[in-house]
Design a binder for this molecule. Structure first.
Ligand SMILES: [Zn+2]
Ligand SMILES: [Zn+2]
Length: 270
């Protein structure tokens, strides 16, 4: 997964239904918008997207999400008679500067992140791998400490947004925590890349091909949590291989890591 910076200049385009889009995220956990991209050659579905507001104060990150389509051609948003490249972005956070704080340019200009050009003229600039971990961490800290209306790390009862992940014998429903890059990385930094159930390690088996590959399982399934809930990537997430992940989800209320280990040890006695 790559990470791309998209830009929004309110001087060039007024976002009239921003509040409606934010309401949609509050209810459904996501909202899709199409966005123009100038440099588009490397973008593919599943890539991470950050939206940067520029042109007028306050400047900073006002949204995040995932690219949810291939690049397509569309008519220019200005109504001009020309075509531009666009992608769909599935936003999980959008901030309205009239209503809540944003991750300001001042904060982004500290530390390593200051080496990124935060005010490119056009969308679709890739953020280099070496910076993405720090950016996701800063974004996580910001979202969990400020009073933000749409926060993917806080779960409400109405929120049961789940997506299918690939690469499992049975498709497994994963929550947004399981695919959030920051939550994933924090979990892996703590537990490592071996399966917590069967100890399988993809790099040991497959070499370079298996580097950094593992699923992340969310212990507290959303449906079982009432009210507000904030995810803790170390307490709530565990790295598991896709086989064990599929087995954990064989029951609607997933098996625990311990129960699954129990199945393996009972079976190995035969
Ligand atoms: Zn396993
Ligand atoms: Zn899971």
């Amino acid at each position: 997964m790559k990470t791309f910076l998209f830009v929004w200049n309110p001087k060039k385009w007024e976002w009239k239904d921003l509040e409606q889009t934010i309401s949609k995220i509050k209810i459904k956990g996501k909202a899709t918008e199409d966005w123009s991209v100038a440099s588009h050659k490397k973008i593919s579905p599943g890539d991470r997207a950050f939206l940067f507001r520029l042109g007028e104060e306050p400047k900073g990150i006002v949204g995040s999400g995932y690219v949810s389509s291939h690049v397509f051609l569309a008519k220019h948003w200005s109504g001009e008679n020309k075509t531009i490249h666009m992608v769909d972005i599935e936003f999980d956070v959008l901030l309205n500067v009239e209503q809540e704080p944003i991750l300001s340019l001042d904060l982004l200009k500290q530390g390593d992140l200051s080496r990124i050009n935060w005010t490119p003229q056009a969308s679709g600039i890739e953020i280099q791998k070496e910076f993405t971990k720090e950016l996701e961490g800063l974004w996580f800290d910001f979202l969990t400490t400020q009073n933000i209306r749409t926060n993917p790390f806080i779960n409400s009862e109405s929120d049961n947004h789940q997506v299918f992940t690939e690469g499992t014998p049975n498709q497994v429903l994963v929550t947004k925590y399981e695919r959030n890059p920051f939550a994933r990385q924090t979990c892996i930094d703590h537990y490592g890349l071996s399966c917590q159930v069967c100890d399988f390690n993809f790099e040991e088996r497959f070499g370079e091909l298996g580097q950094n590959f593992i699923h992340v399982h969310h212990l507290n399934q959303i449906s079982s949590i009432g009210g507000q809930y904030q995810v803790d990537p170390i307490k709530d997430l565990r790295p598991v291989c896709p086989n064990c992940h599929a087995m954990l989800h064989k029951r609607k209320e997933p098996y625990t890591i311990e129960e699954l280990k129990e199945f393996i040890s009972i079976n190995s006695l035969h």
